[in-house]
Design a protein around this ligand. Structure first.
Ligand SMILES: Nc1nc2c(ncn2[C@@H]2O[C@H](COP(=O)(O)OP(=O)(O)OP(=O)(O)O)[C@@H](O)[C@H]2O)c(=O)[nH]1
Ligand SMILES: [Mg+2]
Length: 451
């Protein structure tokens, strides 16, 4: 049976790939493996790093590996004074790894640290198995998860750019066959040059296609933003519970999974606030520390989603072993996206499974209005909804108007151009509660009521 798999790692032992190595151009022919790839996970611990932090990094790496449907059979934290350019960890240590590979029947080594194309080649030579870094794992996960056209294109672009300097790797060659007519060898052209040409052409084509898809998104976004309804983006570290929160607040059914990067495409849902006005909430792709820069570039338009909303709901995971680092990572990414100054509501989720009270206290100290809660136990949700309402009112103030009884045209004007929250036809006037666009504020000023 053949199943669509795009994993370079799985390719290392896939019988199809052993015969016809190919992971980039056509991914439909790979075989599903009955058993998950056996992985040795490695974290390099710098001199300054606390052991606890290295352990948290290892835990996250293992979650990434599980999300990638592989199996961590052995793991190591290697203390290191400095990085060796040729082999990352030094040849003595590599020899030790080769022994572990042999003893534990390891099929692939995953480093938490970025590996240069040169070190990667050397490590693969010396250990005889595939050696990949965390970036490649994340690329792989994104690749598996991409469901929409935009996400698929973005991931394909990121993978191509990652692969370009790595075409001579032992485990991930381009298919000679799939190169087809385009790959036909020109005079004096080596196979590597052909591969480079194929990938470079593909990158250009993908960028073009992506531009078109992004233009559509911009139109959709414009429509959303031109409305008077307040908008917020739900952001946070991957697996924090963003989609779960959106589902609970908006009674929606966005995919929720105890896996990293369950959400890759922004999804917008309507939220009815406690006093019946409405706002839009957009679920976004989760952040992670050291997101591969190819992915940041490729997913820029998706990540930028936060920028185009009135405010941000930052969801933290109280059960994460290094919650503070996750918080800081999210803040750094937000800043890099130009959202550092956006109004923000902090919601600490999973209070039913707290890992470290101290980290929570630290965040509360920095953001005293932080709301503590749990989507699972429906705790803190009412408080959050009230806070969202207050924020929505700040960005898009609700106004009260008393129109004369014969001015139904003004009610229609608001209905068509703003958000009508409540209309009451009273004996003396029509009482209207609404959000109106800036351009109508002056026109309606004469009917504004304070009470
Ligand atoms: N213990 C506990 N688990 C929760 C809570 N809220 C969500 N979860 C679980 O956390 C996991 C991740 O939830 P998601 O809503 O998919 O998280 P996300 O932030 O959208 O994740 P990505 O889209 O992957 O970035 C799921 O297994 C949820 O069931 C909570 O309050 N307590
Ligand atoms: Mg999600």
């Amino acid at each position: 049976m053949t199943t669509k798999i795009t994993a370079p790692i799985v390719c290392a032992s896939c019988t199809y790939c052993t015969k016809e190595p190919n992971f980039i151009i056509d991914t439909t022919l790979h075989e599903a493996h009955d058993t998950p790839t056996r992985i040795l996970a490695i974290v390099i611990r710098g001199q300054q790093e606390d052991l606890k932090q290295s352990e948290a990094r290892l835990e996250e790496l293992q979650s990434l590996i599980t999300t990638m449907k592989a199996q961590t059979v052995a793991s190591l934290i290697i203390p290191l004074r400095s990085i060796h350019p040729a082999t990352l960890i030094g040849s003595g240590k590599v020899a030790e790894l080769a022994e572990i590979v042999e003893e534990s029947n390891i099929e692939c080594i995953v480093f938490d640290h970025d590996i240069s194309p040169r070190a990667q080649r050397n490590l693969e030579e010396m250990t005889s198995v595939a050696v990949i870094d965390r970036q490649e794992v994340i690329l792989q996960i994104f690749s598996d998860r991409a469901a929409t056209r935009e996400a698929t294109l973005q991931v394909a672009l990121a993978r191509m750019e990652y692969s370009l300097p790595r075409l001579t790797r032992k485990w991930t060659h381009l298919s000679r066959q799939q190169g087809g007519a385009k790959g036909t060898r020109g005079e004096g052209e080596t196979q590597l040059e052909i591969d480079r040409r194929i990938v470079t052409n593909r990158i250009v084509a993908l960028k073009d296609e992506l531009k078109k898809v992004e233009a559509q998104r911009t139109v959709q976004r414009k429509n959303r933003l031109s409305s008077t309804i307040p908008t917020a983006a739900v952001v946070g570290y991957t697996n924090a519970g963003k989609s779960s929160l959106l589902n609970l607040l908006c009674a929606s059914d966005v995919l929720v999974e105890d896996k990293l990067f369950a959400t890759l495409d922004p999804i917008t849902r309507k939220l009815v606030l406690p006093h019946k006005s409405e706002m839009l909430l957009t679920d976004t792709v989760g952040f992670i520390s050291n997101l591969p820069h190819q992915l940041v570039d490729a997913f820029k338009s998706t990540l930028e989603e936060a920028q185009f909303n009135d405010f941000i709901v930052h969801v933290c995971d109280a059960s994460h072993p290094d919650m503070l680092s996750c918080f800081d990572t999210t803040m750094e990414v937000l800043e890099s996206l130009g959202c550092g100054e956006k109004p923000m509501v902090v919601f600490i989720n999973k209070m039913d499974a707290v890992h470290n009270e101290f980290a929570i206290a630290k965040i509360v100290e920095r953001y005293p209005k932080t709301i503590l809660g749990s989507v699972k136990q429906k705790m803190g949700i009412d408080e959050l909804a009230l806070t969202l309402e207050a924020k929505a009112n700040q960005t898009h103030p609700e106004r009260l108007y008393h129109f004369p009884n014969n001015r139904h045209d003004l009610v229609a004007l608001i209905r068509n151009n703003g958000t009508l929250i409540d209309v009451q036809y009273l004996d003396d006037w029509i009482a209207v509660r609404a959000r109106v666009p800036e351009r109508l504020v002056a026109k309606l000023e004469a009917f504004a009521s304070l009470a």
